[in-house]
Design a protein around this ligand. Structure first.
Ligand SMILES: NC(=O)c1ccc[n+]([C@@H]2O[C@H](COP(=O)([O-])OP(=O)(O)OC[C@H]3O[C@@H](n4cnc5c(N)ncnc54)[C@H](OP(=O)(O)O)[C@@H]3O)[C@@H](O)[C@H]2O)c1
Length: 227
């Protein structure tokens, strides 16, 4: 095992993010775990895990955390936090779109920007996108705000990789298919899928540590089911 890495994970209070926190902690890495609710992270009492209460949609809060609390060296930033609103497009408001985009796009962009100075040149920014955020894939009613925001994440990934290609860090996105989490239940009530959060987290964690040796500026589908 390489020496311990410093990993920042957003959306760490449940689902894939909480499973990522556990994977990195169990593999002796140092984790800064960001979400509004920190109770599920603290309840695990994991060594090397610092739980940070942060609302990614609040730009000032993100700026304040990065100035005062963030680690000085970051090896990987996993932008995993996600907000989903499941509503027919005709019933959506601008506020719905803003709520989703503030977390999935603006929060991701702001956090990445403010942590750039601490991300190692050999580091990796790994954005968690969605199969619905790739052009030409299956789309689903009710997910206009959510899937379009993931489309923005996918293209933003390519743009940031271009800007940092000489200096690092590398920037990639994994476009996930269905994983059994609370978010999946919100998008597709009652749907059961074989992929667990723990299994997907193990794949994402390994990719965060070594995928950038092979990929930069790539949006990679990670799906064995539809949706
Ligand atoms: N599950 C799937 O099938 C699937 C498929 C494709 C892509 N994805 C993507 O995978 C990622 C993880 O999904 P998941 O299924 O694990 O979702 P989840 O169970 O809904 O968890 C979402 C996480 O995001 C955090 N979050 C939401 N709003 C936030 C805010 N304003 N500030 C900070 N954190 C916030 C939540 O924490 P708090 O509420 O405590 O803040 C929570 O920890 C997401 O980006 C999602 O879009 C999931």
């Amino acid at each position: 095992m390489d020496k311990a890495k410093n990993i920042v994970i957003t959306g760490a209070s449940r689902g894939i993010g909480l499973a990522l926190v556990q994977w990195f902690a169990h593999n002796q890495h140092n984790v800064w775990a960001l979400s509004r609710n920190t109770a599920p992270i603290e309840a695990l009492q994991l060594p090397n895990v610092t739980a940070i209460a942060l609302d990614l949609s609040n730009e000032n809060a993100v700026l304040e955390w990065s100035d005062t609390f963030s680690p000085n060296r970051i090896d990987a930033l996993i932008n995993n936090a996600g907000k989903l609103i499941n509503k027919p497009f005709a019933e959506t408001t601008q506020a719905d779109f803003e709520e989703v985009y503030k977390v999935n796009v603006f929060g991701l962009a702001t956090l990445t920007r403010v942590l750039l100075g601490k991300l190692q040149p050999s580091g990796h920014v790994l954005n968690i996108s969605s199969m619905g955020g790739i052009g030409g894939t299956s789309k689903f009613p009710g997910l206009a705000a959510y899937s379009s925001s993931k489309g923005a994440v996918s293209i933003l990934t390519e743009l940031l990789a271009e800007e940092f290609k000489e200096t690092g860090p590398a920037v990639n996105a994994l476009a996930l298919g269905a994983v059994q989490t609370e978010m999946l239940s919100e998008a597709f009530p009652g749907l059961q899928v074989p992929m667990s959060a723990a299994n997907m987290a193990a794949y994402i964690a390994n990719f965060a540590l070594s995928g950038h040796d092979f990929y930069n500026g790539k949006v990679l589908p990670v799906s064995n089911t539809t949706p």
